[in-house]
Ligand binder design. Structure first.
Ligand code: KG4
Ligand code: ZN
Length: 335
């Protein structure tokens, strides 16, 4: 009998539901984005996000079932993100999943959002072999994770201040580009010279696999302020390209160091920033030089979606790792 997982994701500003059969056959992955609603505020407003999730959750779940051509009685288990994320947003998904689990008498599976992002790799490449090094780069996290086996995560490095995606978003906002900043900077940078402006790279202490992006962010803000004060024209594409290069060089350098140190030959990537063109190019190049293979999830599975949650849920289902109906949202959940 097939294992059919219904995945639900509501941790930030996407309401998403997905149907995944036997861990590999993605039947549907419906994503209702709230980006337009939050754009006018320049970032996600938590209360608005929860309200929008509440308005959308039922229709998104129904659409995912219809597109997958399955009915509720066909579902084997329901997997839901229960953290990390915005508490009011998480609670909407968790409540919906608990209601389905109780009403249909099927297992409830709680998924860590970061484990979801990492699992997007297994959807695209079910044959990936452990051990792996994963660079997790999203709006809230910049982590280097060692995976000795499936479902086991050891944190080797993390950001000490801003996450990589957060730095992209804040710099884009200061440049008046809009929200979310990552894709906008990625596009603008394609016409720019990444060597035009010299920005600092924070490598931290010798051997550290941690990141710090707040100094770089301040350097960009200072550059913008100085240009404004002096009434100097700036080349926005050069600025975007130079900032992006400074972020990407540090991400790539530390990821390769982590692979070298652990002797791991396969690198995977996860989270919204893994969609970045410059990161993809430089990591491919440097991983090749280090004798490592590197995999990126397809672009649509890098940013938040429920397919990755269903995939993580599938492997938890196989392990019998179920949650009680008392499952609660945990905004600060770690891997
Ligand atoms: O993983 P995600 O969808 O949500 C979180 O869990 O945070 O990541 C969103 C982040 C945002 O900061 C967004 O600006 C960034 O990923 N992002 C990108 C790109 N696409 C999305 N950053 C750089 N380049 C991109 N192409
Ligand atoms: Zn995410």
């Amino acid at each position: 009998m097939s294992v059919i997982i219904l995945g639900i994701e509501t941790s930030c500003d996407e309401t998403s539901s997905s149907v995944l059969v036997d861990g590999a056959e993605l039947r549907s992955n419906i994503i209702s984005s709230q980006i337009e609603v939050h754009q006018k505020f320049g970032g996600v407003v938590p209360e608005v996000a929860s309200r929008k999730h509440l308005e959308n959750i039922n229709s998104v779940i129904i659409e995912s079932l219809e597109k997958a051509e399955v009915s509720l009685k066909d579902i084997t288990a329901v997997a839901v993100t229960y953290g990390p994320g915005l508490v009011g947003a998480l609670l909407v998904g968790v409540a919906a999943a608990k209601a389905l689990s109780y009403a249909l008498d099927i297992p409830l599976i709680g998924v860590n959002h970061l484990e979801g992002h990492i699992s997007a790799n297994f959807l695209a490449q079910p044959g990936l072999e452990f051990p792996l090094i994963c660079l997790v780069v999203s709006g809230g996290h910049s982590d280097i994770v060692y995976l000795p086996n499936r479902g086991e995560y050891q944190l080797l490095g993390r950001t000490r201040d801003d996450a990589a995606g957060e730095a992209f978003d804040k710099v884009a906002r200061a440049m008046g580009l809009g929200y979310p900043g990552g894709p906008l900077i990625d596009n603008l940078a394609r016409q720019g010279n990444s060597q035009a402006v010299k920005f600092p790279r924070a490598f931290l202490e010798e051997g550290s696999l941690d990141f710090s992006f707040s100094g770089l962010k301040s350097a960009v803000l200072n550059y913008l302020n100085r240009s404004k004060m002096l009434n100097e024209e700036i080349n926005r594409a050069d600025l975007a390209a130079s900032f992006q290069r400074a972020v990407v060089e540090v991400l790539v350098d530390k990821t390769i160091s982590a692979a070298r140190r652990t002797g791991v030959k396969t690198i995977i990537t996860a989270g919204g920033v893994a969609a970045n063109g410059e990161l993809r190019n430089l990591l491919l190049e440097k991983a090749g030089e280090a004798g490592c293979k590197v995999f990126f999830p397809p672009l649509n599975l890098c940013t938040d979606n429920a397919a990755m949650i269903a995939c993580a849920g599938y492997y938890k289902y196989l392990r019998g790792d179920f949650a009680p109906l008392s499952l609660n949202a945990i905004p600060g959940l770690t891997l």
